[in-house]
Design a protein around this ligand. Structure first.
Ligand SMILES: [Zn+2]
Ligand SMILES: [Zn+2]
Length: 348
């Protein structure tokens, strides 16, 4: 099979790789029909998340079950499935309480040594441990392009929106109009009622979310604090969602939230540091919620239902569908923000 392999120092390459086999009775092998390239993959490729050269990249996949181990009950060969990017055990206290993102045995597809050294999803075949927990069947009416988002980005958007939990009159600022920001925005407006303002400096990404009917602010041209003040009689946003994961985004969240407001940090952080003046956060009464990894398995069934009934549609985010041979170009386009979402076909 062909696979996207990490070579170290920012280099990815498409190479022939050994096909995975059933290693444990709970495993399934999925024939991947579509694999996404995600911002987290860029963190791996650029060394923010360690990975051994030679490992297969990627953690977003939709495909068809090829084979299952003796203990697998919820899926069978021939089923169309999406994989969760995060591989949870399903049995620990956190998993039993719906917090699979905090699983005792947390692993991640294509996540390197800290992700349990599992090979990634950008390959012809993928081994998924504890398949009963980490695969979800795809309804017939949902296309692979939509389903692939349910294993990660769209469900992350639903999760961030649930942590934000806005009231009907709240003004919610979403920092970042990339794939996560766009999915948070979709989840917020699917629930109706509140005002959503999306901030970014990329005109094309802002235009794409504006088409959903939300207000947008180009932070390259307009001060975000002033823009949110204008929307709220000078108070600031009731809730701000950091959907980027950068110090600039985090700082902007603190500047745009009102006194007594809530910040949801959904963007991924690794080793960044910021100084937080405790007295300022205290006197302003800020609630600060770090999302952590999305508990995909706790939220993906209702998310898939909403994709199936049309209330959530992530497919307009797919800007590039490429054969796996063009994976390096896909990483480059995504890294330079020319692509909003790249999906790879491992068999094209
Ligand atoms: Zn991802
Ligand atoms: Zn667990």
């Amino acid at each position: 099979m062909r696979a996207v392999v990490f070579r170290g120092d920012g280099v990815v390459e498409v190479a022939d790789a050994q096909e995975p086999t059933i290693e444990h009775d709970g495993d399934a092998i999925v024939r991947v029909r579509l694999a996404g390239i995600c911002g987290t993959d860029l963190h791996v490729v650029h060394g923010d998340i360690p990975m051994d050269p030679g490992s297969i990249l990627g953690h977003e996949a939709a495909g068809v079950v090829e084979a299952v181990g003796a203990d697998v009950r919820s899926v069978a060969p021939g089923d169309r499935v999406v994989a969760s990017f995060q591989v949870a055990c399903g049995a620990c206290w956190f998993c039993r309480n719906g917090q699979t993102g905090l699983c005792d045995e947390h692993r991640m597809l294509g996540g390197g040594p800290f992700g349990g050294d599992l090979h990634g999803a950008q390959a012809g075949f993928l081994r998924v441990p504890v398949a009963d927990v980490n695969l979800l069947r795809i309804p017939d009416e949902v296309a692979d392009e939509a389903a692939v988002f349910v294993g990660d980005v769209l469900t992350t958007g639903v999760y961030a929106a649930s942590l934000a939990a806005p009231g009907p009159d709240d003004v919610v600022a979403v920092i970042g109009a990339g794939p996560v920001g766009a999915c948070v925005t979709r989840a917020l407006i699917a629930d109706g009622g509140r005002t959503v303002v999306v901030l970014d400096r990329d005109a094309a990404r802002l235009e794409a979310v504006a088409s959903l009917g939300v207000r947008t602010v180009d932070v390259g041209a307009t001060n975000p604090e002033m823009a949110l003040a204008r929307e709220t009689d000078g108070r600031g946003a009731d809730i701000v969602i950091d959907a980027v994961g950068s110090i600039e985004a985090y700082t902007s969240a603190l500047e745009t939230v009102r006194r007594g407001g809530r910040i949801v940090v959904a963007g991924v952080y690794t080793s960044q540091h910021v100084e937080l003046q405790l007295g300022v956060a205290w006197i302003r009464g800020i609630s600060l919620v770090f999302a952590g990894e999305t508990p995909v398995q706790a939220l993906w069934t209702p998310t898939m239902d909403r994709v199936a009934d049309g209330t959530l549609d992530p497919t307009p985010l797919v800007s590039h569908r490429l054969p796996i041979a063009d994976a390096a170009e896909g990483y480059d386009l995504f890294g330079r923000r020319i692509a909003t979402k790249v999906v790879l076909d491992p068999w094209a």
